[in-house]
Design a protein around this ligand. Structure first.
Ligand code: SF4
Length: 364
């Protein structure tokens, strides 16, 4: 077994990332086999429970209200709608449902209460429940934990330096604070990032430093390849090469041996051979379903065919950690506090974000 280290440096990570490919693959695959069953891959279904109209300015995101994209917004889904989708996901082999809402941060109130009910409902279906709702306070994390939440997703996106080139409406420290708030509960942490946003290799390494030096390291790390959506500031970015994806997956596996490394956005651009190489390099989780929030994803049947071809099996739920208990709302120890935390608003100017905003205004 390789010891999990929390003191990786950018130089060390760059050295791994830039190794001759065969050596990198061999090292990553060896570590993968020491810590995981190489023929088991976790399947998560991502569900957009509240789409569009987001006040943030993430340069990659078609859900930001300020950009002009084809995304149609919708209000928060009902608990029954979410339950129906979760049952469908379960029957097609998913062990986890990840519910995403296009919010800057969670606000106590009816909508959050409804999300808590969704968490209770899915946990009772014996599926792992994950949420990605933006920034949360410790009390909100505790309430999610009581409802039976298994994981909270909050991506770091990139290195701290490059984050400022992509988002101006919140700071990296807010991200870390939310992860810290989740860590005060039993909920596991899912945090990763996106490659192909114009960052340097150093930024990819910088993001892996930020994630791997967390103690404990995140239980799951999604690696996304940017899906450049028309109307967003990053619409002209070139697709990520499969070699970059494989290097990123392999390096993530080496520096975070216990983590589930998830192939996330950008899979539609990857061949089966490319995905197989990523599984060999240590990826052991995918997002399933024909949509990833708002961007396209392979059809679940295609994924199951690929699993058959490669001899992969979907991971059963609660293999890595016990199923949390659900506490009913009336028995909750944690109540809404109506907090108004001061999340940062750096509001520096990112030229391409401004241009996309002006372009959208002109089209309205
Ligand atoms: S990534 Fe999330 S926070 Fe950023 S604009 Fe999109 S929905 Fe909002």
């Amino acid at each position: 077994m390789n010891e999990t280290r929390h003191n990786w440096t950018k130089e060390e990570i760059l050295e791994i990332y830039n190794k001759p490919l065969m050596e990198l693959l061999y090292d990553a695959a060896t570590i993968h086999r020491n810590h995981h069953d190489p023929n088991t891959v976790q399947v998560s279904t991502l569900l957009s429970i509240k789409t569009g109209g987001c006040p943030e300015d993430c340069g990659y995101c078609p859900q930001a209200a300020r950009y002009h994209t084809d995304v149609e917004g919708n209000d928060l889904m009902s608990v029954q709608q979410v339950k129906a989708q979760a049952l469908r996901a379960k029957s097609s082999g998913s062990s986890r449902v990840c519910m995403g809402a296009a919010w800057r941060n969670v606000k106590d109130g009816e909508e959050f209460d409804q999300v808590l009910e969704m968490v209770r409902t899915i946990n009772k279906l014996d599926m792992e429940v994950c949420c990605t709702l933006g920034m949360i306070t410790e009390n909100q994390a505790q309430r999610l934990a009581e409802a039976g939440l298994y994981a909270y997703n909050h991506n770091l996106d990139s290195s701290e330096e490059y984050y400022k080139e992509v988002i101006s409406t919140r700071g990296y420290e807010d991200r870390l604070e939310t992860i810290d708030n989740v860590r005060k509960t039993n909920v596991t942490v899912c945090s990763g990032g996106i490659i192909g946003m114009g960052e340097k290799t150093e930024d990819r390494a910088g993001m892996l430093v930020a994630l791997s030096t967390l103690n404990p390291q995140p239980e799951s790390v999604p690696i996304n390849a940017l899906v450049a959506v028309e109307g967003t500031p990053l619409e002209d970015q070139k697709p990520v090469s499969i070699w970059d994806m494989v290097r990123m997956v392999a390096t993530t596996r080496i520096v975070m041996p216990e983590t589930q490394v998830r192939l996330s956005a950008g899979r539609t651009e990857m061949t089966r051979e490319g995905q197989a190489m990523c599984f060999f390099a240590g990826a052991n989780s995918i997002f399933a379903g024909d949509k990833l929030l708002t961007t396209p994803n392979p059809d679940v049947n295609e994924d199951m065919e690929m699993f058959k071809l490669l001899g992969l099996n979907p991971q059963k739920p609660f293999i890595k950690k016990m199923q949390p208990e659900t506490v009913e709302a009336q028995n909750s120890q944690y109540q809404a506090l109506g907090e108004k935390p001061k999340w940062t608003r750096p509001e520096h100017t990112i030229e391409r974000n401004e241009e996309a905003k002006q372009k959208a205004k002109a089209l309205k």
